[in-house]
Structures are given as C-alpha cells and as structure tokens.
Design a protein. Sequence first.
Lengths: 230, 307
Amino acid sequence: MIEFERVSKVYPYTDIEALHGIDLTIKEGDFVSFVGHSGAGKSTLVKLLLGEERPTEGSVLFQNEDINSFSHREINNYRRNIGIVFQDFRLLSNKTVYENVAFAMEVAGKTDEDIADDVPYVLELVNLQDKPNSFPHQLSGGEKQRLAIARAIVNEPALLIADEPTGNLDPVSTFEIIDILKKINKLGTTVVLTTHNTGVIDALKKRVVTLEKGKIVRDDEHGSYIIAKK
Amino acid sequence: MNFIDLRRIIKSGFQNFVRNSFVSLSSILIMVITLAVATMLLLSRTVLNIAIADLENKVDVTVFFDVGVDEERILGLKSEVDVIPEVASSEYISATQALVDFRERHKDDELTLQALDELGGNPLGAMLNIKANNPEDYAQIAVALGDVGALSESSIQTIDKINYYQNEQVIERLLAITTGARTLGTVLVIVLSIISILITLNTIRLTIYSARDEISVMRLVGAGTKYVRGPFVVEGILYGLVSSVITIILFFPVTLWLGERLTLFFGVNLHEYYLSNFFQIFLILLVVGIVLGIISSTIAVRRYLKR
C-alpha cells in the first residue's frame, strides 16, 4: 500500500538530514508504529506521507503512485482518502463537533443524506454522541482527540495516520485513543502511528519501526519500545 | 461548482460571520469608516461643484447706459453683443424696470426712497446684463464691449460705465479659488479613497491571517480551493453588505445636521440632495463595499492556499 524507496530528506537552508535512505513497505491492514526520540525523523515521515513535504531523494508511493507527482487537485483527492490525527488536534474552532466531522464529508462531496447518516454513527464510535453541538474549546483533551479521530475516519479512508495522537493526553485518555485506533484497524483500515510513549507500544503488540537520526534501526513484527539510551 | 457546494459555502460563510462576531464587527467598523469617507467625499465634491457653479453664475458684466438713451439703440447693441461667441446670454433691463428693482431693493430704506421721490422722474439709466459661458471670458467680453461701443456712433455718450473694470480683481480671484477648490477636491477624493481602501484591505487580511491555522486544517482534511476560499468571500460580501447599510443609515442624521447649517453657505441643502439621490448613493456604497470585501478576502486567502 505504502512504499518508501530510498527516501532522503534534507530541509532547505539546513544541512540536517532528517531522513536518510529509508526503505519501507506498509501493507494493507497493517498497524505500524514509528518510535524514536524527537528529531529522529518521525514527523518528517508523516509530512512526506501527507504530501506536505517532498523527498530530496527517492520516492513515496501510495497504491503504486508517487505522491510527489500529484497535482494540486490530486493531492486534495488523496488527502480525502487518508485520515489524519495530530498531537495538537487541529480542529476547526468555530465549528461544532458535528460540523467538524460533517466538514470532512462536505469537502469530499458527500450528499446531505450520507452526512446525516454517517456523522452520528462515527460520533458514537468515538463516544461523542452526547456532544454534537459543543465547540472544540468546550471539550477535554481526550474528547478533542476522539473528535479528530471521528473526523479522520468518517470518509472511510484506506489509511489513518496518527502523529503523536496521545502526546497531550493523560493516561486514561491515551488508552481510550489507542483502543479506538485498534478498533479502526480491526475494521480494515491501515493505521500508521508515531509515538514515543513506551506504554502505548508495549500495550499494542503490533509492528514497531524504530528511527534514529533519520535511519531505521529496528523493524519488529511484534515489537516493544527499545531505544538506545542517549 | 454545483448547487450543493454553493449552499454549503454560503452557509459556512454565514456561520463564520456570526460566530466570529468580534472579528466581523471590527472589520465592519473599518469598512463603515471607509465607506463614510467615500460618501463624505462624494457629497462634498458634488456640493462644492454646485456651490462653485452657483458662485460663477452670480458673476456678470453690466453695461450701464446714460439716462435717456433710446431703447432701440440699446437693443441694437444687445444684438451685437449676443453675437460675441463668449456670451451665454444678455438681459435688457429698461430704465423703468431698473427703478422698480431699485425701489424693491431699498424698500426698508426710507431715506433713500424719500431722496428718490424728491428728485422726481427716473434718475436711472437702462442696463444690459451679460453672462459669459465661462468666467474666464469676462475680460474678453469687456474688451469686445469696448469695441462694440466704439463702432457704434456716439457711443461715448451712450455707455455710462461697464462694471467689469470695477469687479475685475474680484472675478479673477474667484476664478483662482474655484479652480483651486476643484483640483483640491479631486486630489483629496483620490488620496483618501486609496488610503481607506488600503486600510480595509489590510483589516480583512488580518482577520484571515488569524484564521490561517484553520485554513491549514481545511487543506489537510482535503478541502479544495473553493471550500477554503468560498466562506471567506461570503464573509467579505457580508461585511460589504452590512457596512453599506450602516453607512447609508448613518448619513441620514449627518446630512440633516450638515444641511441645516451649511445650506446658506453652499447654496444647496445637503440633506435634500442626499434624499433625492438616495438610491444612487446606496447602490454605489453597496457595490463598492461588496467589491472591496470580495477583492480583499480573495487576495488574503490566496497566500494560504499554496500547497
């Protein structure tokens, strides 16, 4: 589904190589966690996947198509096909819970009937069915992240990218989020997770790719969080 | 863009407008100031032009004839004057009419009237009022009048005086003032319009700048250009709409107040002018406001729409 082919990334005006010679394949239905210290290259990896940044060398393929070659319109279509969850939630602050989810469907061109059917369903899936009219600033951190997940999955994406989704959350909320991610993966969605939360990785018992200084140092099928102490 | 997209975009624009009420309010306030400046300039320019035209209209050249000059002779001179290209019109005032006018003008002045009665008969001569097409032409007309007078026989006895030569300085100064006022008015209109348009552009740019995070989120969700830009354009239109309505209402009391005080000075009632041109002014404000809103929001969003 996703292939990184000898991908390197050097940010302009710096000599720092954020990623170096990454070769990686993610299969459909996988649940892959990327771990590593800050600056190991996790965020760069996610940005390349989203098409926010272009690789300096190599290519990133999504279903055998080079993300880098997408036009403006194609990149919009592509992004509607993947769900994204961030550490800082990135919700639309002047839209309600319901509207935040509905917006993702609107831009994907879904009909009003589909929106009326699907939004309550995903809100129930993330346990926010009681707060459709709340605004993001009225929600707790865990609720915000659950809303972000609801928005990310409402269009039934083939891929869900979760970039440090639990970074701002307390332990209870963290495990709620992880449970939801597992549930989504079970329903057939490929999940890419970046984190440096040891507990999360150990509880998941899924594939773990460890990054260090822009390189893959470990790739374990049922990994745990093992990183050389600095 | 289909109907559903359009409906969603408009709805979203309305929602943003209402929910960001503080931001909307400040944008509207700035736009009202812009439109008010524009209206003020529009009105004052018009009033100034009317006042200047009125003032220019008051200037004329009068030829005073000696007492007892034949009416026929004067009418002959009048037809010669009318031929001069610079002359717009001329009006013959007979000696009798001149006396009636004089009595009317001095009706509260017992002493003058008594003196007039004691003189007996009509001490006044006939007059010829001449108006020029352009105020600049009076000097030429006066010279031409001299020529006309010289050509006609015994003109020295017929023409008592031509008042242009007494008023020459006043007319020239007036001319300088009116020309200056017109130029100044035009320059002011242009400069102030540009300034206020720039301020509005910048205000809307700032409101959209504050929404740049939202825009990046929309992009990440996969929102196309129209879904990002559309609601902002709708907001811009709403700013223009609300601002022009506020401005047009605002000018009711303003022109009423100014009209009461300045009518005598300008020779035109601002409030009446405002009311009789209400729909034109409103249309201008509406178009300017909405176009300004659309342009500024489009420009402002554009920089955040890059990939």
